[in-house]
Ligand binder design. Structure first.
Ligand SMILES: Cc1cc2nc3c(=O)[nH]c(=O)nc-3n(C[C@H](O)[C@H](O)[C@H](O)COP(=O)(O)O)c2cc1C
Length: 189
């Protein structure tokens, strides 16, 4: 699958078949994450592969509601998919210069960028192999860190279920290029 085709046909998948995923396929999506660019190539991203049924359900329990009596739509996905990948980041690396000082006005949070790039590589590769994912950010990261025994110099950033899709969602709309792209200066068409 070509890159642009994969980008355009990927969807957030929230319904999964129970079919297992073989180890080689899981390794292929993790390999794509491994090759993502990162701040000074420090590669602060880490990935925890969770297959255990009980643990996946406990991860699902950490998701925040998106409104009153409105559960996060990814809860069922985490329970149903055979695998959940939890993305973590080593703190104090991304965004820092060689003297260990913050390099930019974005502070310490460049690790979010590194992990996002890795997770998008992972999602697109998963999609190209017929697997579904959905980036999940709305959860209690501290609880997840405790459950997975993530050390204190790392934090949990996001997670995704990984499995064979049991739905074919329509594309969600995107803004037109004319709304998001400026030529020369911000705001000029
Ligand atoms: C940073 C981030 C956090 C997200 N968190 C959640 C989430 O907690 N639950 C969920 O169901 N979807 C979540 N999503 C998925 C978005 O809702 C989805 O990508 C968006 O609606 C566009 O749909 P598409 O991915 O099918 O194109 C998240 C996506 C991103 C990029």
């Amino acid at each position: 699958m070509e890159v642009l085709e994969a980008i355009k046909t990927r969807r957030s998948i929230r319904r999964y078949k129970a079919d297992p995923i073989d180890d080689k396929t899981i390794e292929a999506v993790l390999e794509a994450a491994r090759w993502a660019p990162s701040w000074k190539n420090l590669q602060c991203s880490r990935f925890v592969v969770v297959r255990d049924d009980k643990m996946r359900n406990q991860l699902a329990d950490t998701l925040f509601d998106i409104g009153k009596d409105m559960p996060n739509p990814a809860v069922k996905a985490l329970r149903a998919a055979p695998v959940v990948i939890v993305a973590c980041a080593e703190l104090g690396k991304s965004g820092y210069n060689n003297e260990g000082k913050l390099s930019t006005d974005k502070g310490e949070y460049w690790y979010m960028f590194d992990v996002a790039l890795a997770m998008q590589n992972l999602s697109l590769t998963a999609h190209s192999l017929g697997l579904g994912t959905v980036h999940v950010g709305g959860f209690d990261a501290r609880r997840v860190a405790d459950m997975l025994e993530v050390p204190p110099d790392f934090c949990v950033v996001s997670m995704t279920p990984l499995g064979y899709p049991d739905q074919e969602p329509k594309a969600r709309p995107r803004k037109e290029l004319s709304e998001i792209v400026f030529y020369g200066k911000f705001g000029s068409g």
